[in-house]
Design a protein around this ligand. Structure first.
Ligand SMILES: [Zn+2]
Length: 285
């Protein structure tokens, strides 16, 4: 089984996670830029973070036989902090880089005006750069947040095939299914969406335009929920081809629209080598 995790924050995860993911079949992933927990106070902190998503983290992933791509954006939560806003002006020079396969994650957190401004600006950037957009839907008041998100997508005029709305559930999936946008589902260990609920949604909506991710980060989360969903699908009577579509071919199709998703079919762990003169042995050799 081959797995592509279309939304996972490896910066927050350990080497053991990379090893376990590879053993479970994960061979590629997209790490969207997000909120790091500790509030950032200047655009410089974002630059260093974006550089890490483009440099150090792909190097680290490659040691474990996993290809690492990223999405770049000002996240919804920090869009509310005026100190962070100038980073919007710096995004265009990141959006032309080879490993950037989407703008994200953008969208709403608390549904503020500042979030809507940053979302609108960044959706336009995705359209202008012909890049997919990964859109976070709020965890509170999800139905209203998803409906408003779809209004903004329509108003922008971006091709809905370039937009994925993430963190959906049984209530919000039908709204997105009718919109032409991709439906993203984050599978969590013990709250929100779980593998069995995901299987029920797949039975209802089919396997097309669906992305399943672990969204694993520094909170309670599990980078193997993608694999658990694959197993639940097989147990429920889906075929291996269905599993391959949902967990590999769909994310490849979505992010492949960037024209930058160059997958290495061999997928052997990389020779250790160095990144900027440093190895994963903490700078030693
Ligand atoms: Zn995320």
């Amino acid at each position: 089984m081959r797995i592509f995790d279309p939304h996972i924050h490896m910066t927050s995860r350990t080497t053991d996670d990379y090893r376990a993911m590879h053993a479970a079949g994960v061979r590629a992933l997209v790490e969207p830029a997000f909120w790091l927990g500790q509030p950032r106070t200047s655009p410089g902190s974002f630059r260093d973070y974006f550089d890490a998503l483009l440099g150090w983290e792909p190097y680290r992933a490659a040691q474990h036989g996993i290809q690492h791509f990223c999405a770049i954006a000002l996240n919804p939560k920090e869009a509310n902090d005026p100190r962070c806003l100038p980073v919007l002006d710096e995004l265009p020079r990141y959006l032309v880089k080879d490993n950037v396969v989407a703008v994200g994650e953008i969208g709403f957190d608390a549904m503020t005006e500042a979030e809507e401004h940053a979302f609108t600006v960044q959706l336009a950037l995705a359209r202008e750069h012909d890049l997919p957009a990964l859109v976070h839907t709020p965890h509170r008041d999800k139905h209203a947040g998803t409906a408003r998100t779809l209004e903004i997508v329509r108003a922008d005029g971006i091709d809905p095939a370039l937009v994925a709305l993430d963190h959906l559930n049984e209530l919000t999936a039908p709204l997105v299914a009718a919109s032409g946008c991709w439906m993203g589902f984050s599978i969590y260990p013990d709250t929100k969406m779980d593998p069995d609920r995901m299987v029920s949604i797949l039975k209802e909506h089919g396997t097309r335009r669906v992305l399943v991710n672990s969204a694993a980060d520094w909170g309670h989360s599990d980078p193997l929920r993608t694999h658990a969903t694959a197993v639940a699908m097989l147990d429920a009577g889906f075929t291996e081809d269905d599993v391959d579509q949902v967990l590999w071919r769909n994310p490849v199709e979505f992010y492949g629209q960037s024209g930058r998703l160059l997958l290495d079919e061999a997928q052997h762990p990389a020779d250790e080598g160095t990144f900027a003169g440093n190895s994963i042995r903490r700078g030693g050799s």
